[in-house]
Design a protein around this ligand. Structure first.
Ligand SMILES: Cc1cc2nc3c(=O)[nH]c(=O)nc-3n(C[C@H](O)[C@H](O)[C@H](O)COP(=O)(O)O)c2cc1C
Length: 205
């Protein structure tokens, strides 16, 4: 598939078919992740694949403590903090599926990276390991889309419980927890953004 086609195809998907994910396709996607650029040539990334249903379910509910927010009042109180209507819509759609998507997906990928404790960071530059991990993640998501696989890059507010559950070494952090698989419905193509509204040549004008 042509690169720009893959970019259009990649979408966040939170509902999945109950269908096995080919191991070779997953390995190709993770290998694509490892081709990403990184700070100081470090590539400290480690991947945990959760595929056993029982273990995945426990990791997500007991470790990550993911939960579906289904109560309309609670959802509206949550979205009230945002002004943007599009953003509110995304949250209204996604909050009720945060645990369900983890349980429904055939596999959940946990992407780990090495990082010194946040409390010791004084500059944005020191967050480069996190930035690099996301370059790796985007390569993976694009490669999965090429394979016909889709997922959701969930970022935990608090990853301590999941780290403990999975035995992640203390020096590593979790960048994202990604349920993925074959989508329940074919995702719509990515929308075209207005580049001219964001492009500034020779200075911010
Ligand atoms: C850093 C990051 C964190 C995200 N966290 C979550 C999350 O916790 N839960 C969720 O359902 N979606 C999450 N998303 C998915 C976004 O909602 C989604 O990418 C966005 O709405 C754009 O939709 P698209 O990916 O289909 O283009 C996250 C995406 C990114 C890049």
């Amino acid at each position: 598939m042509e690169f720009y086609q893959a970019l259009k195809k990649r979408r966040t998907v939170r509902e999945f078919q109950d269908k096995d994910v080919p191991e070779a396709a997953v390995r190709r996607a993770l290998a694509a992740g490892l081709r990403a650029p990184c700070n100081a040539h470090l590539k400290s990334w480690q991947f945990i694949l959760l595929s056993d249903r029982e273990r995945k379910s426990r990791a997500m509910s007991e470790g990550l403590r993911a939960r579906d927010m289904k109560d309309r009042g609670e959802i509206e109180r949550f979205v009230a903090q945002f002004d943007d209507e599009e953003l509110k819509k995304v949250y209204r759609r996604s909050l009720p599926l945060q645990l369900t998507m983890m349980l429904q997906a055939r596999q959940v990928l946990v992407v780990c990276y090495k990082m010194k404790p946040l409390a010791e960071c004084r500059t944005l530059f020191e967050l480069n390991p996190l930035a690099s991990a996301w370059m790796c993640i985007e390569n993976i998501m694009l490669a999965l889309a090429v394979e016909g696989l889709f997922g959701c890059t969930y970022t935990p507010y608090q990853a301590k419980g999941l780290k403990e559950f999975l035995g992640v070494p203390a020096a590593y952090e979790i960048a994202a927890v990604i349920p993925f698989g074959f989508p329940k419905d074919p995702p719509a193509e990515n929308e075209v953004e207005d580049l001219d509204a964001r492009l500034h040549v020779d200075g911010w004008k």
